[in-house]
Design a protein around this ligand. Sequence first.
Ligand code: MG
Length: 383
Amino acid sequence: MTICRKKNVVILGSTGSIGLQTLDVIEKHTGMFNLLGIAAKDEVAVLAEQIQRYHPAVAAVGDTSSYQELCSRTGKDCTVLSGLDGLCELAAWPEADIVVIAVSGAIGIKPTLAAIQSGKRVALANKETLVAAGDIVMQEARDNNVAILPVDSEHSAVFQCLQGENKHLKKIWLTASGGPFKDLDRIQLDSVTVEMALKHPNWIMGPKITIDSATLMNKGLEVIEAHHLFGINYDKIDVVVQKESIIHSMVELVDGSFLAHLGSHDMRIPIQYALTYPERVVSSAPELDPKLLGALHFESADMEKFPALNLAYRAGRIGGTMPAVLNAANEIAVNRFLTREIAFTSIPWLAEQVMELHEPVNQPDLDSILQADKWARSICRKL
Ligand code: MG
């Protein structure tokens, strides 16, 4: 009889929305998973509480100046690391089986590569990593024979629909909720406040992705993410607004069949699937009763009102360092909106200006990508 040992899980970004929900999934399935390590950017108090509660063997804090504070709040049985090097060391920790990348932004690139290069299964919730460095990350995954399991709900949906159907794929249909401002006109969009933008109609998420959902940049980044994850060109990736967020995405097959993934909008379902794949286990997400759904609605995304989606298609098709530049500019623009420096509609405008100033490098190595990322951030701060 074979006894399956528990899988050791590392979570980078354990204090964020996906991180907390991953902890919940692990807590509900302690027979399957052991929490080996956690990491956060600078939320030392929450990280210290998580260490007390879950007793991971290793913890890391991204901000090096928080290292001493975390050490002073942590017992001797937990190894403490810090900085980007610390995150990479944790991602490559010898006992780790699965690394959940749930940090926000392109900061996830190096830890993701570290996990892949040491042969870990990667549960990827950080789309910015694939947007900025998708070619390199996917190549490393192939070279190291490592599985990258998407946590993003749309990509998890596509991944599930494609089980056994990969060679029949004709087109990917990513669904979008349309965000909270789907029905506003352009003048109303100009006066959107931070508070309004942080209220997503269907999903509970961190601030960066919630703003990205409101501008539709999130969907744009997901188009680029899908291109890399499923090795499909941009003409075969389309977006449809499904405002109830019940259909999490669809695939169209060569014979005209559509397969769709439906479920309640609870991120614990895709998180759990990335951890248990190819198995499925009971989830604590709320049950979905189709009888109560009434209708599901479909419509086109308004690319004129929400230029970010088109911008992402453009960056993706240009390729090279352009998607990294779009992503970096968007990260800074979102921050500037959150600190009330710029208007909501200036987010895609700024990203576009930075893209126009960029001379893309073709087939860039990691250094060129990181350089382009840095350049885009500094230009976007100045504009
Ligand atoms: Mg998504």
